[in-house]
Design a protein around this ligand. Structure first.
Ligand code: PGA
Length: 256
């Protein structure tokens, strides 16, 4: 973990849960976080499916646990059937929005250019974007990880990005939901490289140093402490394990 920014542990609930599940999960999290009090030195956020944001918001509005969305559109409003505006997300109380998750890059053919436009919209709406990058297994095996990740960061990074409105999540595609994780050495190299790319893009000042770099992909209570102790790892983006309060809290505790 770096000495700089306050760590962020964000839960990506993906397309899981019905109304009652979301309400129960958020309520349990709120209680456990209140019990933990100031011993929890990191920031926590959850990103439920979009229709469940008001449900989660009603529970978490007076809790330190922030909430966000898993995607947004590039435009403020208009004829975009099925899409969700970043301004609506902000209006609902969201602080964060994930953009460029590999499941969207792959399943919805999202390019880094589009991710950049979505992050731009998120920032204009007052949200913090969590921009996801990461290589496929083929790219990893070909030794292309650093080049791929660098390209995705450069292309996805919007104008005006800063430590206050940008979080970058490194999520190797092959580690997501697979139980596999890169070695400590791999994560160290990738995060150091992302920090250097940010320094080149944002300048070497507070912004590049202050942008939180999350690791994501099969983070569990059993590996969280090792992963979160790595230099330039400022938190985690957690999928499956964020659906269980005790697992999510155990990961958050490892981040502090
Ligand atoms: P996982 O998902 O923790 O279930 O691997 C992480 C993510 O996709 O953000």
């Amino acid at each position: 973990m770096s000495n700089g920014p306050k760590p962020l542990v964000a839960g990506n609930w993906k397309m899981n849960g019905l109304k009652d599940d979301a309400e129960a999960l958020a309520a349990a999290l709120k209680i456990r976080v209140a019990e933990a009090g100031s011993t929890l030195g990191c920031e926590l956020a959850v990103c439920p499916p979009s229709p469940l944001i008001p449900v989660v918001g009603d529970v978490l509005f007076d809790s330190p646990v922030a909430f966000g969305a898993q995607d947004c559109h590039t435009e403020q409003k208009g004829a975009h059937t099925g899409d969700v505006s970043a301004w609506l997300l902000a209006d609902l109380g969201c602080q964060y929005v994930i953009v460029g998750h590999s499941e969207r890059r792959q399943n919805h053919c999202e390019s880094s250019e589009l991710v950049n436009a979505k992050a731009t919209a998120a920032h204009a709406a007052g949200l913090t974007s969590i921009v996801c990058v990461g290589e496929t297994l083929a790219q990893y095996e070909a030794g292309d990880t650093l080049a791929m990740v660098e390209r995705q960061v450069r292309e996805s990074l919007p104008q005006g990005a800063s430590a206050t409105n940008l979080v970058v999540a490194y999520e190797p595609v092959w580690a997501i939901g697979s139980g596999l994780t890169p070695t400590t050495d791999d994560i160290t190299k990738v995060h150091a490289h992302i920090r250097a790319v940010l320094a080149a893009a944002l300048g070497k000042g507070d912004d590049a140093a202050g942008v939180r770099l999350l690791y994501g992909g099969s983070v569990k209570p059993g590996n969280a402490a090792d992963i979160l102790a790595i230099d330039n790892v400022d938190g985690a983006l957690v999928g499956g394990a964020s659906l269980k309060v005790e697992d999510f809290l155990a990961i958050a505790t490892a981040a502090c």
